[in-house]
Design a protein around this ligand. Sequence first.
Ligand SMILES: Nc1ncnc2c1ncn2[C@@H]1O[C@H](COP(=O)(O)OP(=O)(O)O)[C@@H](O)[C@H]1O
Ligand SMILES: [Mg+2]
Length: 236
Amino acid sequence: MPEPEGSTMNEILRTDGIIRTFHSGRETVHALKSVTIDVEQGKLTLLKGRSGSGKTTLMNLLGALDRPNAGQIWFKDRDIATASEVIRNEMRRKNIGFIFQSVALISMMSAYENVEFGLRVAGIKSKERRQRAEECLALVGLAKRMHHRPQEMSGGEQQRVAIARAIAHRPDIVFADEPTAELDSHMGLQVMRLFKTLVEKEGLTVVITTHDPSMFEIADHAYTLEDGEIVDERKG
Ligand SMILES: Nc1ncnc2c1ncn2[C@@H]1O[C@H](COP(=O)(O)OP(=O)(O)O)[C@@H](O)[C@H]1O
Ligand SMILES: [Mg+2]
């Protein structure tokens, strides 16, 4: 397949004029009006903007959870906007990691079991699951707390478990939708620093949505959304 025009070796993900419109009742919401962005491999990209500006809509499209009404989304050399559901499922399972605003851990399982369970879903063999779960929990600074259950941990620790789970199957790209929104500023900063470390030391590619100004400094690349349009782009 030919490379999409304007692409470089460093891009892992690139959109071209994506449009997403919702119909609710008689109302039409133009959530994304023609969004073109690129995400570089091994970098931390931020999607900034006020509530309702289209951040979650864009992230759901980038992560193959939703499809656009028009436009292309290139993941490496494949247009995932039009790919079959079988291929998109496989991508979500193997290539993508997700972290959500409210931490979605299984409360009956310890931190370790939550991460290990994620690896089981990804089809990883048992010996590797164990090694990798321990390694990832150590990476997020929870080696000593891995046998605690979520309710025995702080919000920041729980979000770190969610991060360990999201990266454990070695995805190509990790998406985090307002991962610090429910944390106090101190814990929020710790979680952001962890993302930065994962990008710098582990070579992970991370895309984060936020309206938290304290995050703006640590990004390599930031797009600002307003009313479904990109109004600013910055490389740091
Ligand atoms: N499933 C949906 N149905 C109808 N409208 C939606 C849906 N999802 C998002 N929207 C609308 O699209 C706009 C962008 O929403 P969203 O992407 O969630 O913004 P953000 O994440 O920046 O707060 C908002 O006006 C929102 O109400
Ligand atoms: Mg949102």
